[in-house]
Write a protein of this length. Structure first.
Ligand code: ADP
Ligand code: MG
Length: 324
């Protein structure tokens, strides 16, 4: 490793304020030494963002730093885990001080908020690519999985759907609230923690509700019925749909159903646990909306408030075992 790479690590990645007491050795040795919580299970995941594939060259460095950690924390959230530590592997085309400063600022701002400590990583030269691994924990046996849903369970989503998708569709015309949903997604850590012991299954929505709910259903070979008029849409979404000349009316349903990048949680709850689940979420100020019910017959049926069938335009629904 060259002097510049040591200097990059020291200047940009060793400057975190958060120091967790369970980190015995962090950045600077051959490996990190960590003290896992007792009576817990470790929950580990990893995600990579590649320039030109997952973000365009023009994306703000701070947004990339935020997002690469956020998408990982979102996976921990879906498991109901408490975040602990992160490692970061970064491949850089050059030593761009301004870019590194912004990237690490975006990364650490989110890390501080969730008490996650960066404990190590790797720094190499090449086409821009960033990989983060996060480690979390759950009390033994308490992780929430994609499997576990049963016919009759209610289906919920946190927050609102379609904002990030609408920001993508509107491009320059998207207002700051929508842009923020796309560039700075907020991992639903508190929701995941609150759902431990209540949710029968959960998944985070990265590829769109239909696609991700499809994974949850596939895990148990079940189906679902969704009321498309119950899908939660934000005030910013509704305002942009009314005011933007470029907004297509069908986006009202299509984006909440099929657009990705919202990083909300989709989860299922047995009927008798719904009240307790709602209370646990309210206690951490998380809004969740009931959007449908798990059914024994495979496939997703979308109906509107009038009870009429709705066939999603996007190919997303093919994930659901429905015969075309
Ligand atoms: P080694 O050569 O022993 O594999 P390195 O010289 O690559 O170690 O890294 C030195 C130290 O800096 C290690 O503790 C490593 O985990 C840490 N590190 C390297 N790159 C990063 C990074 N991008 N973010 C955080 N820590 C890093
Ligand atoms: Mg070494």
């Amino acid at each position: 490793m060259s002097d510049t790479e040591f200097e990059i690590i020291r200047r940009y990645f060793q400057r975190q304020k958060t120091r967790r007491s369970d980190v015995i050795t962090g950045i600077g040795d051959d490996a990190a030494v960590l003290h896992p919580p007792t009576d817990s299970e470790l929950v580990v995941c990893m995600d990579t963002l590649v320039a030109g594939v997952h973000f365009s060259q023009g994306t703000a460095a701070a947004a990339i730093g935020h997002k690469v950690l956020a998408v990982n924390l979102s996976d921990l959230a879906a498991m109901g885990a408490d975040p602990l530590w992160a490692t970061l592997s970064i491949t850089l085309p050059d030593n761009d001080a301004a870019w590194l400063d912004e990237f690490s600022r975006g990364f650490f701002q989110l890390a501080e908020r969730h008490d996650v400590q960066l404990v190590g990583g790797d720094t190499t030269r090449g086409p821009l690519s960033v990989t983060v691994q996060v480690h979390g924990s759950v009390p033994r046996g308490c992780a929430i999985h994609r499997s576990g849903a049963r016919a009759g369970d209610r289906i919920y989503v946190t927050g609102s759907l379609g904002d990030a998708g609408l920001a993508l569709c509107l491009g320059e015309q998207a207002d700051d609230r929508l842009r923020q949903r796309l560039d700075l997604p907020e991992p639903q850590i508190a929701a995941g923690q609150a759902l431990r012991g209540h949710a029968s299954a959960a998944i985070d929505i990265s590829d769109g509700l239909l696609a991700d709910l499809g994974h949850l259903l596939a895990a148990e070979q079940l189906g679902a019925s969704i009321n498309i008029d119950d899908l939660p849409r934000s005030a910013a979404f509704n305002a942009a749909m009314q005011q933007s000349a470029n907004a297509h009316p069908e986006w009202h349903y299509e984006l909440p159903l099929s657009a990705g990048d919202d990083y909300e949680l989709c989860f299922t709850v047995p009927p008798q646990a719904c009240e307790a689940a709602q209370q646990a979420l309210a206690a951490v100020s998380v809004e969740a909306t009931a959007i449908g019910v798990i059914e024994a017959a495979p496939g997703v049926r979308c109906v509107n408030a009038a009870g009429e069938d709705y066939r999603p335009a996007s190919s997303g629904y093919q994930h659901f075992g429905e015969t075309p």
